[in-house]
Design a protein around this ligand. Structure first.
Ligand code: MG
Length: 159
C-alpha cells in the first residue's frame, strides 16, 4: 500500500464556466490555468503521482507546454492512470476536500465522484469529495480562488 497527498489552487477568471472534478458547473466562472484549471483533478493527480513515487504534475505536464494548453484535465488524469497501472498499482480510494467560498458545491458532489471514479477505474464509493469554505479568510475567503486537497491510496495489482 502506498499513500500520496496532493494540493492545488487556482484563481477564478472573470468569465467562462467552472470545471471542477471533471464536471461543468454553471454557477461560477472558470478557473485560470494552463489547462482547464480543474484544481480538484490536479490535486488528485498529484496525490496519485505522490503515491506512485512519480514526482508531481508539473514534471509530467510542464506549464507552458503548447501540447497541454486548454486541455481537459480528465485527459491528464487518464494519462496519469496509465502510468499508475504501468507501475503495477491500482487505486484503493481517493479522498478530497475543495475549499471555496463559491459556488455551492453540494449539488455537484455526486457527479464529481462519478466522473473521477470513472477515470480512476473504481466504484464511485471509492472516491469521496468534500466541500468547505475558508470562513471568509484570505483570497479564497474573498471568492477570488479555489483550492483542493486530495489523498490517494494505491495497492499493487490489477483494478
Ligand atoms: Mg493546477
Amino acid at each position: 500500500m502506498r499513500i500520496g497527498a496532493g494540493y492545488d489552487v487556482h484563481r477564478f477568471a472573470e468569465s467562462g464556466q467552472l470545471r471542477l472534478g471533471g464536471v461543468e458547473i454553471a454557477e461560477a466562472p472558470a478557473l485560470i490555468g494552463h489547462s482547464d484549471g480543474d484544481a480538484l483533478i490536479h490535486a488528485v493527480i498529484d496525490a496519485l503521482l505522490g503515491a506512485a513515487g512519480e514526482g508531481d504534475i508539473g514534471e509530467h505536464f510542464p506549464p507552458g507546454d503548447p501540447a497541454t494548453a486548454g486541455i481537459d484535465s480528465r485527459e491528464l488524469l487518464t494519462r496519469v492512470m496509465r502510468l499508475v497501472a504501468a507501475r503495477g498499482y491500482r487505486v484503493v480510494n481517493v479522498d478530497a476536500t475543495v475549499i471555496a467560498e463559491r459556488p455551492r458545491l453540494r449539488p455537484h458532489i455526486a457527479a464529481m465522484r462519478e466522473a473521477l471514479a470513472r477515470d480512476l477505474g473504481v466504484e464511485a464509493g471509492a472516491v469521496n469529495v468534500k466541500a468547505t469554505t475558508n470562513e471568509g479568510l484570505g483570497a479564497i475567503g474573498a471568492g477570488e480562488a479555489l483550492a483542493a486537497h486530495a489523498v490517494a491510496l494505491l495497492d499493487e495489482g490489477e483494478g
